[in-house]
Design a protein around this ligand. Structure first.
Ligand code: DX5
Ligand code: ZN
Length: 218
């Protein structure tokens, strides 16, 4: 398994003070930015111009999570805008292999996300095309939801498939990750952890990043 990384989501941060909020998580490995379009998910957040500005305002690499319809059209632009990693949802992508290649061609890490009810097995042969697989542990759309334990077997199966194919693909979990749930995810084989409300509801977000990392590494 790869090195443990924590990528706080700014969804539940003060969106009127994005640069300041990102400055509170200096020891994070990435900043997770949730892009929602009110079509793929019933919520609307921010888009390309904001991501572009944010990428310029922080030294932390950006981990863009696109919860949008038609990622085939938009995802490469997020790579071009300076995101180090770009995640699209397979449920929304028309041509996931082509899309992953286009993201990589723009110099970013290509990542594919699965909603809780989307199985991993049909995508086994795509793993080599991906730098990261995101297994959602809540229904995408909102921060602060309860972690879905029913996703744990899929994390385990994804890790087994990665081992079987000998790929270096990172395995990310997103949704309800906290000090209560992170160990279960790590034990199942995840190595990249998104945490939104757990980090930004903490009095000291940066310290929470360190605590989450320590739990996942234990
Ligand atoms: C939900 C987003 C998550 C969200 C996580 O659709 O993809 O990144 O911000 O927030 P928590 O950690 O509060 O579940
Ligand atoms: Zn997310």
């Amino acid at each position: 398994m790869g090195h443990i990384q924590i990528t706080p989501s700014i969804l539940n941060a003060d969106l009127a003070n994005l640069a300041g909020e990102v400055a509170r998580i200096g020891s994070a490995d990435w900043v997770h930015v949730d892009v929602m379009d009110n079509h793929f998910v019933p919520n609307l957040t921010l888009g390309l111009p904001v991501v572009e500005s944010l990428a310029k305002s922080t030294a932390l690499p950006m981990d863009a999570h696109l919860m949008i319809a038609d990622p085939d059209r938009w995802a490469p632009a997020y790579a071009e805008a300076g995101c180090g990693s770009v995640t699209f949802h397979v449920e929304a992508a028309a041509a996931p292999v082509r899309l992953a290649r286009e993201i990589r061609a723009q110099g970013a890490r290509a990542s594919m996300a699965l909603k809780p009810a989307t199985p991993i097995e049909p995508y086994e042969d795509l793993l080599a095309e991906l730098d990261m697989l995101l297994i959602m542990t809540v229904e995408p759309g909102f921060g602060g939801q309860k972690f879905l334990d029913l996703c744990l077997p899929k994390i385990r199966r994804a890790r087994a498939l990665m081992d079987k194919h000998g790929v270096e693909t990172w395995l990310q979990v997103d949704g309800g990750v906290s000090l209560e749930t992170i160990e279960r995810c790590a034990e199942a084989g995840a190595d990249v952890f998104v945490a939104g409300s757990a980090v930004y509801s903490a009095a000291d977000p940066d310290r929470m990043v360190a605590e989450l990392k320590a739990k996942a590494e234990a």
